[in-house]
Design a protein around this ligand. Structure first.
Ligand code: PMP
Length: 443
């Protein structure tokens, strides 16, 4: 398998040819929060796959829902006015769960194409409103909004731009709210004031009549789990409202109980105009994403469409098997899993905070079952780990050897997003194996 992998399988976001030493690690099976590899070794999954297996592995009700749907109707297009029972029901359930008037659901295959779809819908919206000059998009530094050709322009992590040469002259960034090393200091009010001023300034620079939308993750994930201060999101939303700019909440990671409630926006009391979701929607069992659209945006697009079709769609939009899995996931979330996630998230944060005295630990942050610790070589000076790409890789390898899968970001940040089904023993195991890994890193 290792040889075949090297020869033929291109991995996403990898340093091509840099994994020659270890070779691919092949997973075989999983149950709850425990993975088993092909050699029979067991590991705790502290990252729920790629922050997506919120329900945990081996949930019978999900497997049964998928199997039933595969037998009954494995495929139905949403084209030609056709549909399927699970897709319609899932759309209705999501509309009911989502904050505000996000009553209209467009299904995609994952998060990147959900983001991409919003860009197209927003452009269509402004054309329908006869303000097509609104073609500028703003996002936040170190934000991640997928890898599609358009959406990757909203992503503000250099690795996703370097070497591609795609022109992104319609996408603009404001500085991040990153509290640990913020030039304005770490005081919440100072960070909020700086972000509000930066967004106002960016809108003034581009012209309010040119700005279409502001994209934001309620908590930045791939940027290193950056949690904004309370009320930050609401303050940014207020700026957008003031200038009549659409507010898009990218809840691909933060949705479906990852940070406590169904959606992070609920906690921040923000009603976005559009929301993107994926990951926990189907818990990684099958691919699916969803764009949730407000009445205002939907009605404008629908009216604008008149007698012509809105030319946007995928063969696998609203896939019935994915929708059946989505419904089974929602049932699990509503029947105890979100509650368990909140409890386990509390234990996770407590466990990580207990590592504060470790000489390598500079910052500990998170909300619910989404957390990170940032490693430094000098706590006083907040000196980052050496930037060479291998530092993160070595920590990942050590954690793996200790029976733990976590994400090691290049900048020396360890990311945590365990399945919401974690038991106390799972969480304690994740913390203990982290401590072991840190101690070995010191040596
Ligand atoms: N938006 C956010 C906030 C994400 O974290 C991700 C994936 N990590 C995406 C979009 C893209 O989703 P996908 O990988 O399913 O295309």
């Amino acid at each position: 398998l290792i040889e075949l992998d090297r020869a033929h399988l291109i991995h996403p976001v990898s340093s091509y040819r840099s994994h020659e030493a270890t070779g691919v690690r092949v997973l075989k099976s999983a149950k709850g929060a425990t993975l088993t590899d092909v050699s029979g070794r067991q590991l705790l999954d502290g990252f729920a796959g790629l922050w997506c297996v919120n329900a945990g592995y081996g949930q019978d009700s999900i497997v049964e829902a998928a199997t039933r749907q595969l037998r009954e109707l494995p495929y139905a297009t949403g084209y030609f006015g056709l549909g399927s029972d699970p897709a319609i029901r899932l759309a209705a359930r999501l509309a009911e769960l989502a904050p505000g008037d996000l009553n209209h659901v467009y299904f995609t295959l994952g998060g990147s194409d959900a983001v991409d779809s919003t860009i197209r819908f927003i452009r269509y919206y402004y054309h329908a409103k006869r303000t097509p000059q609104k073609d500028r998009f703003i996002s936040v530094e170190s934000g991640y909004h997928g890898s599609s050709t358009a959406g990757s322009g909203l992503t503000a992590l250099p690795a996703f731009h370097t070497g591609f040469g795609v022109p992104y002259n319609w996408q603009h960034k404001i500085p991040s709210h990153y509290a640990y090393r913020n030039p304005v200091g770490s005081h919440p009010q100072a960070i909020i004031a700086a972000s509000v001023a930066a967004l106002h300034a960016k809108i003034a620079e581009l012209g309010a009549d040119r700005v279409a939308a502001f994209y934001v993750e309620p908590i930045q994930g791939s940027g290193g789990v950056l949690v904004p201060p309370p009320s930050w999101l609401k303050a940014m939303h207020a700026v957008c409202k003031e200038h009549d700019i659409l507010f898009v909440a990218d809840e691909v990671i933060t949705g479906f109980g990852r940070v406590g409630p169904f959606f992070a926006c609920e906690e921040d009391d923000v009603m976005p105009d559009l929301m993107t979701t994926a990951k926990g929607l189907t818990s990684g069992y099958v691919p699916m994403g969803a764009v949730l659209m407000s009445d205002r945006v939907y009605n404008t697009i629908a009216d604008g469409a008149g007698k012509t079709a809105v030319g946007h769609g995928y063969t696998y939009s609203a896939h019935p098997v994915s929708a059946a899995v989505g419904l089974a996931c929602l049932d699990l979330y509503e029947n105890g899993l979100l509650d368990n996630g909140r409890k386990a998230g509390h234990r996770l944060m407590q466990g990580l905070r207990a590592l504060a005295d470790h000489p390598l630990v500079g910052d500990i942050r998170g909300r619910g079952m989404l957390a990170a610790i940032e490693l430094v070589t000098d706590k006083e000076r907040k000196t980052p780990l050496p930037a060479e790409a291998d530092a993160a890789r070595r920590i990942f390898d050590r954690a793996w050897d200790n029976g733990l899968v976590i994400r090691a970001f290049a900048q020396g940040v360890l990311g945590y997003a365990p399945p919401l089904c974690c038991t106390d023993a799972d969480i304690d195991g994740i913390i203990e194996r982290t401590r072991m890994t840190l101690d070995q890193t010191l040596q």
